[in-house]
Design a binder for this molecule. Structure first.
Ligand SMILES: [Zn+2]
Length: 52
């Protein structure tokens, strides 16, 4: 069984806001809206929501 603490790092698009979390995400999803397609230059934008 893996008991290592996993650290997830993230930031906003411009990099002004950065964060690290060690909790598991509340939800993960992939958004297909046009805004997310433009941001990622792909068909979808995978993301996760964490309780901070
Ligand atoms: Zn979206």
């Amino acid at each position: 069984m893996d008991t290592a603490v996993r650290k997830v790092k993230g930031q906003c698009r411009c990099g002004q806001v950065k964060f690290e979390v060690t909790s598991e995400p509340l939800i993960t999803m992939a958004c297909h809206c046009v805004g997310c397609q433009k941001i990622t230059a792909s068909a979808l934008f995978p993301n996760a929501t964490f309780l901070l």
